[in-house]
Design a protein around this ligand. Structure first.
Ligand SMILES: O=C(O)CCC(=O)C(=O)O
Length: 323
């Protein structure tokens, strides 16, 4: 039997191989996309927005917005610094630079802060503690970051329970640190609270597309010229809350040493897509025949059949998963 051809993602922004990641990252330094981004409009900033107005004008219309100073009175915004957190969580183990296979290291939180404070000099690559699920190892920090009323629409509470819907992440990094352009998985909204320092966000709408030219290069001009890409930008300062609707691409660059709280919200309007994506992932695992044969030797045929029926009921196209 012939193997089915491997499907190559047409949109380079969505590819996850090292070469494509580099092409996309380079596009932010120079060339037509970098130029278009310099001229890109700012995300709207609104002060004193009520929950009702936020829902009506932004969430239900899937428009990004910054709720300026919405978290300004949080203890985390008023009192936190890297040293403050090192005093409270110094012994906690963390994985620094976890987004880079070559640079990731295990350290205590105090060691991380020492590394960050002493990482200087021309060739120094900025240090970043990305996506730290602090609730598992330093849960007392949560009391400094009260729940946001505007984020209570998170449907994951109903689906998966309280623990998941309050499982937020801290992003702590050094000036110059970057989180590459990406979309969050499972059609989940971003609600990011800036606690310390400043960071610059570049965002693109869900339709943003970086195609290949006929010669197989990235067609950066096509992305730069396409109004559907909805290029926008903003700088978050302490107390700001950024709402970014599901599937918007985002890239972050730290303008100073910075601490931010990343929290996610599932809008009930995206429930079906969310469930489909989660199931597709499960199915991709389940339909990896080699692995399923090893892990479920007696149940192999039953598992295959159940997953095929399930996929059909949910409208999941298995041909996109694996040959
Ligand atoms: O702040 C960062 O570096 C990345 C944050 C992010 O991607 C998010 O909150 O979804």
């Amino acid at each position: 039997m012939q193997n089915a051809p491997v499907l190559i993602e047409a949109n380079i922004l969505k590819r996850r191989d090292v070469a494509s990641l580099q092409v996309v990252e380079n596009a932010f330094s120079d060339g037509s996309v970098a130029e278009a981004l310099r001229r890109a409009p700012d995300i709207e900033r609104r002060r004193g927005l009520s929950k009702e107005t936020f829902d009506r004008e932004y969430r239900h219309r899937q428009r990004p917005v910054i709720l300026e100073g919405y978290a300004a009175d949080w203890p985390a915004v008023r009192h936190w610094s890297f040293e403050h957190l090192a005093r409270r969580c110094g012994a906690t183990p963390v994985v620094v630079n976890s987004y880079s296979s070559q640079r990731s290291v295990q350290a205590s939180f105090s060691e991380f802060v020492d590394m960050l404070m002493n990482n200087e000099g021309p060739g120094a690559t900025p240090i970043y503690l990305q996506e730290w699920y602090y609730q598992a190892s330093c849960p007392e920090l949560a009391e400094d970051m009260p729940e946001l009323d505007i984020a209570q629409y998170d449907f994951r509470r109903d689906l998966y329970g309280e623990v998941i819907s309050t499982n937020h992440q801290l992003w702590l990094g050094q000036r110059g640190g970057v989180t590459r352009l990406h979309q969050d998985s499972y059609t989940i909204d971003v609600m990011h609270v800036q606690l310390v320092g400043e960071k610059h966000w570049t965002v693109m709408g869900p339709q943003a597309m970086l195609p290949e030219t006929e010669t197989g290069d990235a067609d950066l001009q096509a992305l730069a010229d396409d109004p559907a890409a909805q290029l926008m930008q903003c700088t978050l300062t302490p107390g700001d809350v950024l709402y970014l609707p599901a599937l918007w691409f985002h890239r972050i660059k730290l303008l100073s040493n910075s601490i931010g709280l990343g929290r996610k919200c599932l809008d009930q309007a995206n429930l079906q897509t969310h469930i489909r994506q989660r199931m597709a992932e499960l199915l991709a695992l389940a339909l990896n025949p080699e692995e399923v044969k090893l892990t479920h030797p007696e149940l192999f045929n039953v598992v295959m059949m159940r997953n095929r029926v399930w996929a059909k009921r949910m409208g999941i196209d298995l041909s996109k998963l694996r040959p």
